[in-house]
Every structure is written in C-alpha cells, then in structure tokens.
Design a protein around this ligand. Structure first.
Ligand SMILES: NC(=O)c1ccc[n+]([C@@H]2O[C@H](COP(=O)([O-])OP(=O)(O)OC[C@H]3O[C@@H](n4cnc5c(N)ncnc54)[C@H](O)[C@@H]3O)[C@@H](O)[C@H]2O)c1
Length: 478
C-alpha cells in the first residue's frame, strides 16, 4: 500500500468510526421503544413517572352528579358497534338521541331510520374528520357515547369532558399511559363521568360469580384469568379503513386487554382494596397475524405476536393472568377463571364451579352437601341452583328483556341500562375512569416489558394513593 493509499484508507476508517460514534445511540435508540411517559429502572423494575395531581383537580372515586331525568345522548362512530348501540338504546326509557355523528355521512341515514321506526325525533347530524367536536360543543347533550376506532377514543373523551359532557367510550379507552393520565386528569378537573364500556363485566356467569366471590364462597382469591382470544381472520375487512389490522401491524403487546381485565379486576377489587403492582409480558412470534397483514395490506412485517400473555402481581400478592390472541384457528375464549382457597370457577369452554367439601354454599343450597371435593365440577342440577341463588336480584329483574334485546346475549343491554340508571338517579357508575385506564393500561405496559426483554414493569397507581379508600366493588342502587 503506497503512502497516499494509506492516508485515504485511514481517512475512510476515521470517517466510518466517526459516523458509527455519532449514529450509535440512534441505532440503539431505533430498537428501543420510546414510552409515552418517561420511566426509570428501579431494582430491575421499570417505574413510570406519576404526574402530580394539579391544583383544582379532585379524586372522582365514587363520583355522583345531580340526577339527569332524561339523558340526552350524542353518538359518535356509527360503524358496527355504534349502530348496534343506537338500536339498543331504543329499548331504554328516559333517553333522547340528540345527535348522530360519523366521519362518513352515509352511515347516519340508517340510524335516522331507526329513530323514525321507534317514533323518535330525528337527530342532528355531524360528519367529517372533526364533526364530533361540534357535537361535543352543543349545550343540549348530557352524554357523548363513543364507538370509533382506538386512536380517537382519548382525544374525543377529553374534548367532550372539557365541554361539560359525561362520556361513555368503547374499549380500550386509552392506548398509551399518557392517554390514561389525560383521561384521569380531565375527569378529575371537570368532575365528569368517564366510563369505558366494558360489557363483559355484565355477562350472567361473571355477575353470578362476582356475587359468590363477594360472599366468600371461593375463600381468598389467589389467581384470576381473563383473555381475548377471538379468531378475527374473517373480520379484518369489516373494520372501517382497516384500522384494526393496521394498529396491530405496528404495535407489539396486548393491544386489546379490557375484556379479560374488567371482570378479573372486579373480582380482585382493584382500586377498591387492592391494586396491580408489577407485570411481566411474553409473546409468541407473529404467524397468522403476519399472514393476514401480507394478504390484506401487502405488509412484510407484523409487530403484534400471535399470542401475548401478561402476568400481574397485586399489592395483596394475588395473581392476574391475561391473554390476547386474535389470530388463532380456535374457538372464542375469554377464559374468566378464578382459583380460590375454597373453590374454583371456570367459564370456557363450559361454565363450571368446584368447591372444597363443606363449602358454605350449603347454607343457601342444601344439595351442596353432596360435594365431596374440588376435584369434580358440580353437576348440572347444582349449577342451575347456584345460578338461581347468586345472580344478583338487580339483574334478575331485567334478564328477560336483556336477552330479548340482545347484544352479546344481553350483556350489552345490561351495561347500557346500568349506565343510564345511574345517571338518572345521580349514582356513581359501575365502571369509573380509574377502571377504564387500569384495564386499558396493559396496552403500553406490556409493550415496554416485551421490547426490553420481558422486563418487570410497575403498574401506575392511577388513584395516586387512594386505591384502598373504597372497600370492595358494588353496584350502586337507589
Ligand atoms: N365491547 C365490545 O364487545 C366490542 C365489540 C366490537 C368492537 N368494539 C369496539 O368498538 C369500537 C368500534 O369498533 P367497530 O367494530 O364498530 O369498528 P368500525 O370500523 O365498524 O366502526 C368505527 C366507526 O368509527 C367511525 N369514525 C372513525 N373516525 C371518526 C371520526 N373522526 N369521527 C366520527 N366517526 C369516526 C368510522 O367511520 C366507523 O364508522 C372499537 O373501539 C372496538 O374496539 C367493542
């Protein structure tokens, strides 16, 4: 090598080295996930920053507002879920549909038809990307009911509360921890109700089991499971502008945790005597998800693993296990399983209960004396008796109507009925803003865990220290 060549070579090497030094952090940074809220590692656990409660904000635990005799509603998002909601509300007394909104105006006319068929006044119409803002700005609406895609939920809820409205919003209500705090802070500042519409809390088996758990039939609860396992391979094209597959294509983690979380967290009295403390997530490779994205979007990558499992430990050292899989060729399953020191409940694939011999069930159902041990599920006769004895009276009264109106077998109707009943009677809602964000927060927390080698992540306390103030979950009644 001549002197000139050597100089050229050294120059090239020096330039390469310099480029590497300058770009190294961004190369590493490109792989690292930038969380929506800063976090620090503390004793090997990722701890996210909790913002201080601002002056003028006040807790909305057990929030009650003045009774609203006729609840005036504005519906935003009239796709599959929103259209069903408008139909269901035709069977609820004491409501008025004041406004209808969808980005696409052609989705409004069929809903006006529904109102007409039910002898109701036509509603005001809003459309376009930002039509919902005008709907929120009206002064004759009490409740904004949101059924749009995931990325629009939090901005819409915040804007509606800032304009004095109560909000009910489809699941998940927030997709990042920043959004979770935006919702909490806005609800605390405006003192408005902010309910995430988690319908799975209102299924008959879940409500019966929750009542049994509250009466101590399972002893101390040790472990609960919940999931959203639903093969969506034949549904991807149904979502407007492909929003769901597009979101999953870009996001790793449990992107749809709330159907599993809601009923499980109610069993554990989360922020009503216990709180989630630490989680860890694992996921599989993307198999069917990637295949769906190749077919439907021409994509060659897919961030969301086919199966994601999250384990959470609570302050009172109990366990929650949550799973997500919307790609598997297998039957639908929300798991819903409870293991206690004295009994066991399992919903899928068939509903069952098992108890230790001598369970206090006997006091209400004498036939329960036949239970030998918890190795066997109770028989059909006992199952029917348990259901009769433990479905809360509150729901027995509306069961027939709920099943007739429908919506996932009646649970959607019960959810809407309860929301309107509580508003009409000035009562706290069954699901408050803290529930909504606790059940949604897995979205980003699992992502932080997964993208950093499955590290433990602390679950933020969205009540800011008040998780033990309310003792146990209950349905408010007059
Ligand atoms: N609780 C349940 O059992 C359940 C079941 C299905 C869906 N969902 C949830 O319901 C929501 C809607 O799902 P879907 O299946 O009806 O989807 P969809 O695609 O059928 O409907 C979404 C609607 O929102 C509208 N929209 C989007 N941006 C808008 C904007 N800026 N302004 C007004 N309208 C806008 C779209 O035009 C579309 O009509 C999602 O959050 C989903 O997770 C819940």
């Amino acid at each position: 090598m001549g002197k000139k060549t050597l100089t050229n070579f050294s120059l090239r090497m020096a330039t390469l080295l310099l480029t590497l030094i300058i770009t190294a952090p961004s190369i590493i940074g490109a792989k690292k996930y930038a969380a929506s809220v800063p976090y620090k590692m503390k004793d090997n656990v990722a701890v996210l920053k909790t913002p201080a409660r601002e002056k003028g904000q006040k807790s909305v635990l057990e929030l009650a507002v003045a009774p609203i005799k006729t609840v005036r509603i504005g519906f935003v998002g009239l796709g599959m879920r929103g259209a069903w909601a408008v139909e269901r509300y035709m069977f609820i007394d004491g409501i008025e549909v004041v406004a209808l909104c969808d980005k696409y105006p052609e989705k409004i006319a069929p809903m006006q038809e529904v109102l007409k068929k039910n002898n109701r006044r036509p509603a005001a119409e809003y459309s376009g990307e930002d039509g919902w803002k005008q709907l929120c700005e009206r002064d004759d609406i009490d409740l904004v009911y949101i059924c749009t895609d995931w990325l629009t939920h939090t901005p819409m809820c915040v804007y509606a509360m800032e304009h004095g409205k109560h909000v009910a919003c489809e699941v998940p209500i927030a997709m990042t921890i920043k959004e979770c705090w935006d919702l909490v802070n806005t609800a605390e500042r405006t003192q408005r109700h902010c309910m995430m519409l988690e319908n799975c809390c209102y299924d008959f088996y879940e409500m019966t089991t929750l009542n049994m758990a509250q009466q101590g039939l399972f002893g101390d609860i040790v472990h609960v499971e919940g999931s959203y396992i639903h093969n969506l391979n034949n549904f991807w094209n149904e979502y407007q502008d492909n929003w769901r597959l597009e979101y999953n294509q870009k996001h790793r983690g449990d992107v749809y945790p709330t159907h599993g979380m809601g009923p499980a967290c109610q069993l554990l009295n989360i922020h009503r005597g216990d709180r989630m403390k630490t989680l860890v997530a694992v996921d599989s490779k993307s198999f069917n998800g990637l295949a769906a994205a190749r077919k439907n979007m021409g994509a060659s990558t897919f961030a969301n693993g086919d199966h994601t499992i999250t384990l959470i430990r609570t302050e009172r050292e109990r366990l929650l296990e949550i799973q997500h899989n919307v790609y598997a060729e297998r039957p639908y399953n929300r798991m819903y399983q409870l293991t206690g020191t004295e009994g066991f409940a399992n919903k899928y694939p068939s509903e069952g209960y098992a108890f230790k011999n001598g369970n206090r069930l006997v006091a209400k159902i004498p036939e329960a004396a036949s239970i030998k041990d918890s190795e066997q599920f109770v028989d059909d006769n006992l199952m029917a008796k348990i259901r009769e004895a433990y479905l809360p009276d509150l729901f027995k009264q509306i069961e027939e109507k709920a099943r007739k109106v429908g919506g996932h077998g009646g649970m959607d109707y019960i959810m809407d009925y309860r929301l309107i009943y509580c508003l009409q009677n000035g009562l706290p809602l069954d699901e408050d803003v803290y529930d909504g964000v606790e059940w949604s927060c897995l979205n980003e927390l699992t992502r932080i865990s997964l993208e950093n080698g499955c590290i433990p992540v602390e679950v933020p306390d969205f009540t800011r220290g008040e998780w033990n103030k309310v003792k146990g979950f209950r349905y408010a009644t007059k």
